[in-house]
Design a binder for this molecule. Sequence first.
Ligand code: SF4
Length: 367
Amino acid sequence: MSSNIPTKHDWTREEIMEIYNTPLMDLLYRAASVHRQVHDPNQVQVSTLLSIKTGGCPEDCGYCPQAARYHTDVEGNDLMSVQQVKAQALRAKSAGSSRVCMGAAWRNVRDGEEFDQVLEMVRTINGLDMEVCCTLGMITENQAKRLAEAGLYAYNHNLDTSEEYYKEVISTRGYEDRLQTIENVRKTNVTVCSGGIIGMGESLEDRAGMLVSLSTLNPQPESVPINSLVAVEGTPMEEQKPVDIWEMIRMVATTRIVMPKTQVRLSAGRTEMSAEGQAMCFFAGANSIFAGDKLLTTPNPDVNEDKALFKALGIDMQAPFEKHPQPESKPAEESTPALGEKPKWSRPGHSIARNEEARITKKTIES
Ligand code: SF4
């Protein structure tokens, strides 16, 4: 195993589409060969996703049941306490997770008590010797710095899809805001986790376009989650058909080839996949899964099912900090103070017909 494989930063859509469309056996062989040059093919990281603040989000992401404007069954809750988060992290650790990803349904982070509480959660989980990741919406450079000083290992901010198709999914923020947040994270030692969702009605060009956006970042994201849409009732995408397993395998393999050093994460949509389908994704280069019975608000396979699958495949769980060293946590009193900025993140505000319909349906049901 060597990590000297060159990383190419000028991938084009055409090149990526050509890879995606390669006959499957050739694609799998190429992806698996790249994977083995950089990663241990018999090791998969298990991460736990924790929704620390659920629902009531002001954004209009067409796939998301946590958007306040859609009529879904998601029950909102306020920010969890540090003790609650610690208890859940300990439980995840004893089940084999090496990473905890904390998600809050916010448009962007605001300086103040709640963010201070999240910083304390980061210090606490880093103190348990687990990798800590946060996904909190858009953040400024100062907020990224404060997260880094608290001991954050990774920040997740998905590009979701191509720049063109993004306008068909979300109208309350722009693609450039996503890239700006990633750039803010890059100014610290925190690693970047950014990926997307397939099955939202996008074309193959859009899938390739998203991989162009991610792979041309320099450095490329250390982690790229590939989700397949979980079509939740009440969201604008409730009628989308499930993603075919072959498309998922092709997407994973293509991601592995264009971003050889990245940790490729098999994320939402695993409940729809057979054990054999997941095994092919691991062969194609996926080397992380999310464990636990829920992924923020959508279902996920049972931990015991995952353990049985790992046993059948002879896969070991990756230890924490295998890829990057553990960050240090500075105590709150020695950390950079908040600037109390009020950044102007964009609000494109264009109309997306299916998002509007889902919002109006909610109004009709409520009235
Ligand atoms: S994906 Fe995130 S930002 Fe979008 S509606 Fe859901 S919680 Fe809000």
